[in-house]
Write a protein that binds this ligand. Sequence first.
Ligand SMILES: [Zn+2]
Length: 378
Amino acid sequence: MRTYMVAGVAAAAALMAGGVLWGCKAGGNEALAATSEPVVVTAASKPAEIVGPGAGLEEKLEARETAAATESGETRGEAESSGTAEDSTAAETSSDTGAGESREPSPTGSADPSGESQPETEPSIVRRELAFSDDFPYGEFSAIHTGTAVLYENRQANAKGITVCVNAGHGCAGGESKKTYCHPDKTPKVTSGSTSAGAVKASAISGGMTFSDGTPEAEVTLSMALILKERLLEEGYSVLMVRETADSQLDNIARTLMANHYADCHIALHWDSTTSDKGVFFMSVPSAASYRAMEPVASHWEKHNALGRALVEGLRGRGHKVFGKGEMEMDLTQTSYSTVPSVDIELGDKKSDHGETALKNLAEGLVDGLEMYFGAAE
Ligand SMILES: [Zn+2]
């Protein structure tokens, strides 16, 4: 009953279905350019505008128009003042663009200080909250999915029309007490990691390790994700954040399915639980024939590995130590359900430097790796 498509076809099909025109899948920007209306710009404080994949673009635009027409100045003030520091800054330069909008200042510094007398311009980054849907392929396998993901759609002059899902590993309260199937066909795991080979189910999402200095891994992956997000936006990527606060009620499967639906690739950020400052590597797709024959792995595993290798080379190019050959075969829930190029990258271990400078340098390596991957794919 389910069909499995290669990434490009999946993106095109999703666009034709009308559900993700604003989702920035491959070709998304072209689709956007063809519409006469700017896409909804949603403030985090307006849950009514959280949308699922089922709503069509026109429906959403209509809803937006209605919302705009009935919006009071008071509500609008709330929306602006409840934003993050970034949003507040942005609101100052765009206070006449309507309620419910949030925008980030363009990293290239194109914000117009004289604001009011200028014609309205498109926001450079459009923020939108996205809900999980049971209708996603494999949606029934997720145990925790009440949280939302946030899409930062890039409309800068340098926008690439490529959406990267940045997954800050761990950070989902209650995730260890729920179990999900390791594989969509319910077969047992073929390698041992945090869950042993042979297990059919694993924690919906684990809590992560603690660094030697006492810092929880989930805190560091979040810092890393926020830094990487900013760099990717500067480079013209759109970014899907499946977690951008301490807790995201989306388990591994939910995060993966959100990435499948809204992004062109999925990068989960992790640090390993060894204490040797071993360097960076990615979890590659197990070579077990049965695993590589299982969908959706069968149709996508080569891209997972290609993206992983590109990321490791990007990191190597920035002077990061690489562990072994830069890859370790691991049967992961993430990879088992991914239909876009998808990688669990281990950026070091418990002993690794995770200060801001180190994280920023890691982000540069990851950006370089993405450039290699998508540059080669074009
Ligand atoms: Zn981890």
